[in-house]
Design a protein around this ligand. Structure first.
Ligand code: FES
Length: 241
Protein backbone atom coordinates (compact mmCIF):
# COMPACT_ATOMS: atom_id res chain seq x y z
CA UNK A 1 0.00 0.00 0.00
CA UNK A 2 1.52 3.35 -1.03
CA UNK A 3 1.85 6.20 1.49
CA UNK A 4 3.72 9.50 1.38
CA UNK A 5 6.98 7.56 1.81
CA UNK A 6 6.38 4.99 -0.94
CA UNK A 7 5.03 4.74 -4.46
CA UNK A 8 2.94 1.88 -5.82
CA UNK A 9 4.36 1.16 -9.26
CA UNK A 10 2.88 -1.15 -11.87
CA UNK A 11 5.49 -2.09 -14.48
CA UNK A 12 4.96 -3.99 -17.74
CA UNK A 13 6.89 -7.27 -17.80
CA UNK A 14 7.52 -9.52 -20.78
CA UNK A 15 6.70 -8.97 -24.45
CA UNK A 16 3.37 -8.19 -26.15
CA UNK A 17 1.65 -10.94 -24.18
CA UNK A 18 3.14 -9.84 -20.86
CA UNK A 19 1.46 -8.46 -17.75
CA UNK A 20 1.88 -5.74 -15.14
CA UNK A 21 3.90 -6.47 -12.01
CA UNK A 22 3.66 -4.41 -8.80
CA UNK A 23 6.58 -2.84 -6.95
CA UNK A 24 6.85 -0.59 -3.94
CA UNK A 25 9.44 2.14 -4.37
CA UNK A 26 10.60 4.74 -1.81
CA UNK A 27 9.32 8.24 -2.65
CA UNK A 28 12.03 10.91 -2.91
CA UNK A 29 12.17 14.66 -3.48
CA UNK A 30 12.68 15.66 -7.14
CA UNK A 31 12.37 12.00 -8.17
CA UNK A 32 11.94 11.29 -11.87
CA UNK A 33 10.11 8.36 -13.44
CA UNK A 34 13.48 7.11 -14.70
CA UNK A 35 14.75 7.20 -11.08
CA UNK A 36 11.83 4.93 -10.13
CA UNK A 37 12.56 2.45 -12.94
CA UNK A 38 16.28 2.47 -12.08
CA UNK A 39 15.50 1.82 -8.39
CA UNK A 40 13.44 -1.23 -9.34
CA UNK A 41 16.20 -2.57 -11.59
CA UNK A 42 19.00 -1.94 -9.08
CA UNK A 43 17.27 -2.96 -5.85
CA UNK A 44 14.19 -5.08 -6.57
CA UNK A 45 14.56 -6.98 -9.86
CA UNK A 46 17.77 -6.85 -11.82
CA UNK A 47 16.11 -8.54 -14.83
CA UNK A 48 13.99 -5.46 -15.60
CA UNK A 49 14.81 -4.26 -19.13
CA UNK A 50 14.63 -0.60 -20.16
CA UNK A 51 16.65 2.02 -22.06
CA UNK A 52 18.30 5.27 -21.10
CA UNK A 53 21.60 7.00 -21.80
CA UNK A 54 22.03 10.70 -21.08
CA UNK A 55 19.53 11.31 -18.20
CA UNK A 56 19.35 14.98 -19.24
CA UNK A 57 16.83 15.08 -22.09
CA UNK A 58 19.31 14.87 -24.95
CA UNK A 59 19.41 11.32 -26.31
CA UNK A 60 15.70 10.45 -26.57
CA UNK A 61 16.16 6.85 -25.46
CA UNK A 62 14.17 6.80 -22.21
CA UNK A 63 10.61 7.30 -23.45
CA UNK A 64 7.91 5.08 -21.91
CA UNK A 65 4.17 5.19 -21.32
CA UNK A 66 3.52 6.70 -17.89
CA UNK A 67 -0.03 6.59 -16.53
CA UNK A 68 -1.30 6.20 -20.08
CA UNK A 69 0.74 8.92 -21.80
CA UNK A 70 4.10 8.75 -23.58
CA UNK A 71 6.81 10.72 -21.73
CA UNK A 72 10.59 11.16 -21.64
CA UNK A 73 11.10 9.60 -18.25
CA UNK A 74 14.41 11.25 -17.32
CA UNK A 75 12.76 14.70 -17.33
CA UNK A 76 9.36 13.71 -15.97
CA UNK A 77 9.03 14.30 -12.24
CA UNK A 78 6.94 11.79 -10.35
CA UNK A 79 5.19 14.64 -8.52
CA UNK A 80 3.73 15.81 -11.87
CA UNK A 81 2.31 12.49 -13.02
CA UNK A 82 1.66 10.18 -10.02
CA UNK A 83 -1.97 9.76 -9.01
CA UNK A 84 -2.39 9.09 -5.29
CA UNK A 85 1.11 7.70 -5.13
CA UNK A 86 0.50 5.32 -8.04
CA UNK A 87 2.40 5.00 -11.31
CA UNK A 88 1.76 2.67 -14.21
CA UNK A 89 4.77 2.35 -16.52
CA UNK A 90 4.55 0.53 -19.85
CA UNK A 91 6.49 0.43 -23.15
CA UNK A 92 5.67 2.93 -25.91
CA UNK A 93 2.54 2.31 -27.96
CA UNK A 94 2.70 1.64 -31.75
CA UNK A 95 6.04 -0.21 -31.56
CA UNK A 96 6.77 -3.93 -31.05
CA UNK A 97 7.74 -4.76 -27.47
CA UNK A 98 11.07 -6.56 -27.11
CA UNK A 99 10.94 -7.05 -23.35
CA UNK A 100 9.51 -5.11 -20.40
CA UNK A 101 9.94 -1.38 -21.16
CA UNK A 102 12.19 -1.74 -24.23
CA UNK A 103 10.56 -1.41 -27.68
CA UNK A 104 11.94 -2.34 -31.07
CA UNK A 105 12.61 1.08 -32.66
CA UNK A 106 13.26 -0.38 -36.14
CA UNK A 107 9.86 0.58 -37.66
CA UNK A 108 10.24 4.12 -36.33
CA UNK A 109 13.65 4.66 -37.93
CA UNK A 110 12.74 2.76 -41.11
CA UNK A 111 10.01 5.37 -41.64
CA UNK A 112 12.58 8.19 -41.46
CA UNK A 113 14.27 6.52 -44.42
CA UNK A 114 10.95 6.01 -46.25
CA UNK A 115 10.07 9.70 -45.76
CA UNK A 116 13.48 10.69 -47.16
CA UNK A 117 13.94 12.45 -43.83
CA UNK A 118 17.69 12.34 -44.27
CA UNK A 119 19.83 15.19 -45.57
CA UNK A 120 21.06 14.64 -49.12
CA UNK A 121 23.81 17.16 -49.85
CA UNK A 122 23.77 19.01 -53.16
CA UNK A 123 27.45 19.95 -52.89
CA UNK A 124 30.66 18.26 -51.82
CA UNK A 125 33.06 19.18 -49.03
CA UNK A 126 35.27 20.79 -51.67
CA UNK A 127 32.60 23.33 -52.61
CA UNK A 128 32.25 26.65 -50.82
CA UNK A 129 30.03 26.56 -47.72
CA UNK A 130 26.46 27.50 -48.69
CA UNK A 131 25.40 30.93 -47.51
CA UNK A 132 22.18 30.50 -45.49
CA UNK A 133 20.21 33.55 -44.39
CA UNK A 134 19.07 32.68 -40.85
CA UNK A 135 15.91 34.77 -41.00
CA UNK A 136 14.71 33.75 -44.46
CA UNK A 137 11.15 32.30 -44.30
CA UNK A 138 12.34 28.82 -45.31
CA UNK A 139 15.18 28.73 -42.81
CA UNK A 140 12.85 29.88 -40.04
CA UNK A 141 10.46 27.02 -40.85
CA UNK A 142 13.34 24.53 -40.79
CA UNK A 143 14.80 25.90 -37.56
CA UNK A 144 11.43 25.82 -35.76
CA UNK A 145 11.17 22.06 -36.30
CA UNK A 146 14.80 20.96 -36.09
CA UNK A 147 15.34 20.07 -32.42
CA UNK A 148 13.84 16.56 -32.54
CA UNK A 149 15.65 14.03 -30.30
CA UNK A 150 14.05 10.92 -31.91
CA UNK A 151 12.37 9.86 -28.66
CA UNK A 152 9.25 8.51 -30.50
CA UNK A 153 6.88 10.11 -27.97
CA UNK A 154 4.93 11.69 -30.86
CA UNK A 155 4.85 8.38 -32.72
CA UNK A 156 3.46 6.57 -29.67
CA UNK A 157 0.91 9.35 -29.11
CA UNK A 158 -0.41 9.25 -32.69
CA UNK A 159 -3.79 7.56 -33.21
CA UNK A 160 -3.29 7.76 -36.99
CA UNK A 161 -0.25 5.46 -36.65
CA UNK A 162 -2.38 3.08 -34.58
CA UNK A 163 -5.08 3.05 -37.25
CA UNK A 164 -2.65 2.74 -40.16
CA UNK A 165 0.66 1.14 -39.14
CA UNK A 166 2.10 2.06 -42.56
CA UNK A 167 1.69 5.79 -41.86
CA UNK A 168 5.10 7.47 -41.70
CA UNK A 169 4.14 9.31 -38.51
CA UNK A 170 4.82 12.73 -37.02
CA UNK A 171 8.57 12.50 -36.32
CA UNK A 172 9.62 11.40 -39.83
CA UNK A 173 7.31 13.94 -41.48
CA UNK A 174 8.44 16.72 -39.16
CA UNK A 175 12.02 16.02 -40.20
CA UNK A 176 10.99 15.84 -43.87
CA UNK A 177 9.49 19.34 -43.44
CA UNK A 178 12.82 20.71 -42.22
CA UNK A 179 14.49 19.28 -45.34
CA UNK A 180 11.79 20.56 -47.69
CA UNK A 181 12.84 23.96 -46.39
CA UNK A 182 16.58 23.30 -46.63
CA UNK A 183 17.93 24.91 -49.82
CA UNK A 184 21.09 22.77 -49.61
CA UNK A 185 19.22 19.46 -50.00
CA UNK A 186 19.20 17.65 -53.37
CA UNK A 187 16.51 15.02 -52.84
CA UNK A 188 13.32 17.11 -53.02
CA UNK A 189 11.61 15.13 -55.80
CA UNK A 190 11.89 11.77 -54.01
CA UNK A 191 10.87 13.41 -50.73
CA UNK A 192 7.76 14.94 -52.28
CA UNK A 193 6.81 11.51 -53.67
CA UNK A 194 7.21 10.00 -50.19
CA UNK A 195 5.15 12.60 -48.36
CA UNK A 196 2.39 12.38 -51.00
CA UNK A 197 2.30 8.55 -50.93
CA UNK A 198 -0.43 6.46 -49.27
CA UNK A 199 1.76 6.39 -46.15
CA UNK A 200 2.32 10.15 -46.21
CA UNK A 201 0.94 13.37 -44.77
CA UNK A 202 -2.66 12.73 -45.89
CA UNK A 203 -2.99 10.27 -42.99
CA UNK A 204 -2.69 13.04 -40.39
CA UNK A 205 -6.04 13.97 -38.82
CA UNK A 206 -4.55 16.94 -36.92
CA UNK A 207 -5.42 15.49 -33.51
CA UNK A 208 -2.32 17.30 -32.21
CA UNK A 209 -1.38 14.66 -29.63
CA UNK A 210 2.16 14.85 -31.06
CA UNK A 211 2.30 18.58 -30.41
CA UNK A 212 0.76 18.30 -26.96
CA UNK A 213 3.24 15.67 -25.81
CA UNK A 214 6.49 16.52 -27.64
CA UNK A 215 9.00 16.97 -24.81
CA UNK A 216 10.94 19.52 -26.85
CA UNK A 217 7.80 21.56 -27.52
CA UNK A 218 7.97 21.06 -31.28
CA UNK A 219 4.82 21.26 -33.39
CA UNK A 220 4.76 18.30 -35.81
CA UNK A 221 1.11 19.01 -36.64
CA UNK A 222 2.16 22.38 -38.04
CA UNK A 223 5.01 20.78 -40.02
CA UNK A 224 2.64 18.20 -41.49
CA UNK A 225 0.18 20.97 -42.38
CA UNK A 226 3.03 22.56 -44.37
CA UNK A 227 3.58 19.26 -46.16
CA UNK A 228 -0.14 19.03 -46.94
CA UNK A 229 -0.03 22.50 -48.52
CA UNK A 230 3.00 21.45 -50.56
CA UNK A 231 1.21 18.26 -51.66
CA UNK A 232 -1.84 20.24 -52.77
CA UNK A 233 0.32 22.62 -54.79
CA UNK A 234 1.93 19.65 -56.51
CA UNK A 235 -1.40 17.98 -57.11
CA UNK A 236 -2.83 21.01 -58.86
CA UNK A 237 0.33 21.69 -60.85
CA UNK A 238 1.53 24.71 -58.90
CA UNK A 239 5.20 25.38 -58.50
CA UNK A 240 6.43 23.61 -55.33
CA UNK A 241 7.49 26.14 -52.72
FE1 FES B 1 18.42 10.67 -22.67
FE2 FES B 1 16.13 10.63 -21.25
S1 FES B 1 17.92 9.41 -20.95
S2 FES B 1 16.56 11.77 -23.06
Amino acid sequence: MANDKTLNVEVWRGAEDGRFESFEVPARDSQTVLDVVSHIQRHLDETLTYRFACRVGMCGSCAMTVNGRPRWTCRTHVSRVARNGRLTIAPLRNLPVIKDLACDMTPFFDKWQQARAVFDPSTTRDDPVAAITPDSPKRREASAAIECINCAVCYAACDSVTWNPDYLGPAALNRAWTLVNDQRDADQRARRAAIMSDAGCGNCHSHQSCTELCPNELNPTRSIAGLKRLAMKNLFGGEPS
